[in-house]
Each structure stands twice: as structure tokens, then as C-alpha cells.
Design a binder for this molecule. Structure first.
Ligand code: FAD
Length: 495
């Protein structure tokens, strides 16, 4: 993975830029010492690291606007950063750029039960929103597993999802408005507390824009009343294929579970050893299916799901009988990533989405690929959405294993596209999937997406080197010809 060559002019301006940033954010708001900068050198994709020229931690929208205006005029690159939990390298710093950290934007600004909205600063954690309204019986539905740490601004930038997104939608379906700052320092408001946008759906464009179009400084989301009842069923199968087919049949029966997750044997065993959620040890695949709503409806749906599961050869079925037991069933799933971290020195978490009906085929192919690449894989994923999270297990200390894991990951994502799916489900493109974009998009598609980037950020100071495999100058768009996904002169870095 190549990043742009650091720009000497920008590096030469470092001292002056740091001074100018200190004038905008006085006190401890600018970090410039090499030791302290190390804390920001990577995000959740820790295989890639770079120490930025400086980190600036503003606390008002006015400061963000001044910082961006300065950087735009000086052509200094800016990487916005929330909590740094991105798994695709979206918040990876650039050596010739600054990191703009939103950690000090950590206040809930407004709770409006009549309109069922919460307005928060972007550094508030995802879970912090639910915590603010749970006593009144409400919650914020999108629930990434990282919700204790990740920021709502980062969720907007990545269009994050989670277990409950099958029924309640991703961030984009729960976001009502943002305040954002453009690279030239202009402050915009998109949406508000109302449904539907007033003109072009710019809010839709901002959601999932991975820090390339603007910096979000305020977020308004909708909150939902907590369902009257929620119960989870554990269903075990002798094969991944049977589990995959059962998922497709549950949805085909018209049931939209509150959550429908799947784990394969390595993940089940790792989770059980880690936190003892009571998973069966003699199955190859485990579904966790949550049904929510009025109690009578939930009971009926549990019976229906159980019967569908039996038709697909389920050998283990257990429905939660109490809230405590439901939480216990989820405990293993939520802790699955750290649990897998205990059975392998390193793992690489992939994220791709496929049509649900392809689940069993893709799981079978992945198993074959695991043998071809000589690396184990554990699967823990949002089965109901067809959003896969294969965890490729490797040891970075063994020469060549990281590269092999990356190749295996790319092969999985190519397979996702081949069966009619997409390169990412919820973790974003970042640097991780950047070079695979031509697998999915034609040159015209990519150029059109870059024209949009140019409309927001003509000087391309925001997060360059991410998402687009090559960044044309806005004036040159469309001149490069890419044939069958083959970039001409692939050894040249193009940004
Ligand atoms: C253990 C673990 C589990 C995870 N589980 C899930 C999961 O279930 N579902 C899921 O979707 N993701 C998951 N993630 C990925 C990650 O938590 C999400 O992508 C999250 O939304 C990132 O938020 P953040 O605040 O950490 O953003 P960062 O990592 O700081 O940044 C992510 C991207 O957003 C941009 N950005 C951040 N803040 C702003 C802002 N205010 N304005 C403009 N751009 C901004 C950055 O430039 C970057 O491109 C997981 C990560 C980990 C480590």
C-alpha cells in the first residue's frame, strides 16, 4: 500500500504552521512533540503508521473553520479524527499533514423527546447517546461493537452499522442533520430535526464520506423507544452452509429480526473460552437471532424461527428466558474480536457485503481459500445484512504472513464483488480497500465520485490518499485511461 510521497514544501512550513495553529487554539490544543505525536500515528488498522506534522485539538466550530481556512490557503493536508477506531485506516495520519482531532467536542447539546432527537457534538461516543436517553426509555439504534469508544462524528463519516442495523438501519437511516465545516472554512447546516432533506440529499453524501468532504462539528440523530420485549435464540448447525441457508429463509419468511448474527466454529470456541456465554461446542455454525416487539409477537416469532431452523437441520436451539440470559448470549458475540485476539498473535478484520442468498457459497469458498493461503480464518458477522467480517489469523513476526493475510483479504473482497456484493459493509474504504476500488467501479464511476470531492474540496486537502486509488488534480479529471481495472504504470504513486 503506497501513500503519497510527503510534500517537501509542506514539511518546510511545519514550524510556521504549528505557530499559526497555536494562535487559533491556545493552551494545550496543539501537539507537536515527536513523543506525544506517536499516540496518533495509527488508527484501528495498526499495520500502517505515520507520524503527522502536528495534531490540533479544537473545541469550537469557529476554531475548526479557522484551522481549515489556514490549511486550505497553505495547502496543508488535514486528516480529521474522532476516536481513531477506524478499521480501514481512514484516520491514518499523513507525514506532511496535520491531524484534526475532535475529541474535545464531547457534549450532548440537546435532547428533544417530542421530536425524538438528540443533538451532540461529534466527539460524543456512540454509546454516550444511548446513555443520555436510556432512563427515559429511549436508545440510539446503530450499535457498532466499538460503541463504547467510537465517536458519533466517526460513525457519520464511516456510515457505521452494528447488530441492530438489519431492522433499524445504518447511521444514514438514523441521521437527521449535521453542522459541518468545508475546507475553505465555510460552515454549513444540512438537515435538522425534520425528516427528509430540503434539496439535494447532501446529508446522504456526507454520510460515509470518510473525512474527504468536510469536518462534522455537530450531529442530530433520531432516537427510538426501547422495544417492549427482546429475546434472543441461539441456533447451532452442523455446517456453515446450513446456517447461511437458514438466514436466507428467515428473511424470505418476512421476518426482520432485531439482530441476526452468525459465528463459525473457530469464533464460537474463542468466544466461549473468553467469556463463557454458554455456546454449544459441537456445532460448525451458530446463529444468534434477536426478536423484539410486543411479548406475544416475540413469542410467536421465536416459534417460527425455531421451526425454520429445524427445517435446515439445526442441532441446537435455545431461546433466552430472561433479560440476563439474552445479554449473556450477546456477550460472546460482542467480545468475539478480542476473543479471537487470544488465539492468534495478529488478525486482520475484513469487511465486505454480499447478497444474503450467496452466504453459504461464499463461506465455502472462504474455507477453500483459507487452505490455499495457508492461513486460518474465523467468521463473526452480521449475517442478516450479508455483511461479512472474516478475521484472518496470522503472525506478523513470521516473514511474509502479513502480506499473505492482505492478499487473502483482497481475494475475499474480490469474491464479494464477484457474487454481486460490495467492497465494504460498514468499515469504509480508507487505505485498506483503496486499491481495490477499480474492481468495483469503472473509470467513469471513479471520476464522477472525484468530481464530487472536487466540488467540496477543490484543493484536495482533506484526507488525500484515502478511498481513491489515484487522486487527479481537479482540473485534470478523467484523463487517465484504466482498462479492465489495470492501472497504467502501476508502480508510480498517483495522488
Ligand atoms: C473492536 C472494533 C469493533 C468495531 N466494530 C464495528 C462495528 O460493529 N460496526 C462498524 O460500523 N464499525 C466498527 N468498527 C469500526 C469503527 O469503530 C467505526 O468505523 C467508527 O465509526 C469509527 O469512529 P471513530 O470515532 O473512531 O472515527 P476515526 O477512526 O477517528 O475516523 C474514521 C473516519 O472518519 C473520519 N472522521 C472522524 N470524525 C470525523 C468528523 N467529525 N468529521 C469528518 N470526518 C470525521 C476520519 O477522517 C476517518 O476517515 C469497529 C472497530 C473496532 C476497533
Amino acid at each position: 500500500m503506497l501513500m503519497p510521497e510527503p510534500d517537501r514544501d509542506s514539511l518546510a512550513k511545519r514550524e510556521r504552521i504549528v505557530e499559526a495553529l497555536r494562535a487559533i487554539v491556545p493552551g494545550e490544543g496543539v501537539i507537536a512533540s515527536q513523543d506525544e505525536l506517536r499516540a496518533y500515528e495509527c488508527d484501528g488498522l495498526s499495520a500502517y503508521r505515520a507520524v503527522p506534522m502536528a495534531v490540533v485539538l479544537p473545541s469550537t466550530t469557529g476554531q475548526v473553520a479557522e484551522i481549515l481556512k489556514l490549511c486550505n490557503e497553505e495547502r496543508i493536508k488535514v486528516v480529521p479524527r474522532g476516536a481513531g477506531t477506524s478499521l480501514s485506516g481512514g484516520a491514518l495520519p499523513l507525514e506532511d499533514g496535520i491531524v484534526l482531532g475532535l475529541g474535545k467536542f464531547n457534549r450532548i447539546l440537546d435532547i428533544d423527546y417530542e421530536n425524538r432527537t438528540v443533538t451532540a457534538q461529534p466527539g460524543v461516543t456512540n454509546l454516550g447517546i444511548t446513555k443520555a436517553v436510556e432512563d427515559a426509555g429511549f436508545y440510539y439504534a446503530p450499535d457498532p461493537s466499538s460503541q463504547i469508544a467510537c465517536s458519533i462524528g466517526g460513525n457519520v463519516a464511516e456510515n457505521s452499522g452494528g447488530v441492530h442495523c438489519l431492522k433499524y438501519g445504518l447511521t444514514t437511516n438514523n441521521l437527521l442533520g449535521v453542522e459541518m465545516v468545508l475546507p475553505n472554512g465555510d460552515v454549513l447546516r444540512l438537515g435538522g430535526k425534520h425528516l427528509d432533506s430540503e434539496a439535494y440529499d447532501l446529508l446522504g453524501i456526507m454520510t460515509g464520506s470518510e473525512g474527504l468532504l468536510g469536518v462534522v462539528t455537530e450531529v442530530t440523530v433520531r432516537i427510538l423507544p426501547k422495544p417492549e420485549t427482546a429475546r434472543a435464540v441461539l441456533v447451532g448447525f452442523p455446517s456453515n452452509e446450513q446456517g447461511g441457508d437458514c438466514v436466507a429463509s428467515i428473511i424470505a419468511a418476512g421476518i426482520i429480526p432485531g439482530g441476526l448474527e452468525m459465528m463459525d466454529r473457530p469464533a464460537i470456541h474463542a468466544a466461549e473460552a473468553f467469556c463463557q456465554p454458554g455456546y454449544p461446542m459441537d456445532v460448525e455454525a451458530l446463529l444468534i437471532c434477536e426478536l423484539d416487539g410486543p411479548a406475544a409477537e416475540v413469542d410467536h416469532l421465536i416459534e417460527t424461527v425455531t421451526s425454520i431452523a429445524r427445517q435446515h437441520g439445526a442441532t441446537f436451539v435455545k431461546a433466552s428466558q430472561s433479560e440476563e440470559e439474552r445479554q449473556k448470549f450477546w456477550l460472546g458475540r460482542k467480545a468475539a474480536f478480542p476473543a479471537v485476539g487470544r488465539i492468534s498473535p495478529d488478525y486482520y478484520c475484513m469487511d465486505g457485503t454480499i447478497p444474503r442468498a450467496q452466504l453459504s457459497h461464499v463461506l465455502r469458498r472462504m474455507q477453500e481459500m483459507s487452505e490455499e493461503f495457508g492461513l486460518r480464518v474465523a467468521n463473526v458477522f452480521h449475517a442478516g445484512d450479508g455483511n461479512l467480517h472474516p478475521l484472518i489469523l496470522f503472525d506478523a513476526n513470521k516473514p511474509g504472513e502479513l502480506e499473505r493475510a492482505e492478499e487473502f483479504g483482497s481475494a475475499i473482497l474480490r469474491l464479494c464483488v464477484e457474487v454481486g456484493g460490495v467492497l465494504t459493509g460498514e468499515h469504509g474504504v480508507g487505505v485498506e480497500k483503496r486499491d481495490l476500488m477499480p474492481e468495483m467501479f469503472t473509470e467513469d464511476d471513479l471520476n464522477q465520485q472525484q468530481r464530487l470531492k472536487c466540488a467540496f474540496d477543490p484543493a484536495q486537502i482533506l484526507n488525500p490518499g484515502k478511498v481513491f486509488p489515484r487522486l487527479h488534480r481537479c482540473a485534470e479529471l478523467g484523463r487517465m485511461h484504466i482498462h479492465r481495472g489495470q492501472i497504467p504504470f502501476p508502480d508510480l504513486p498517483r495522488f
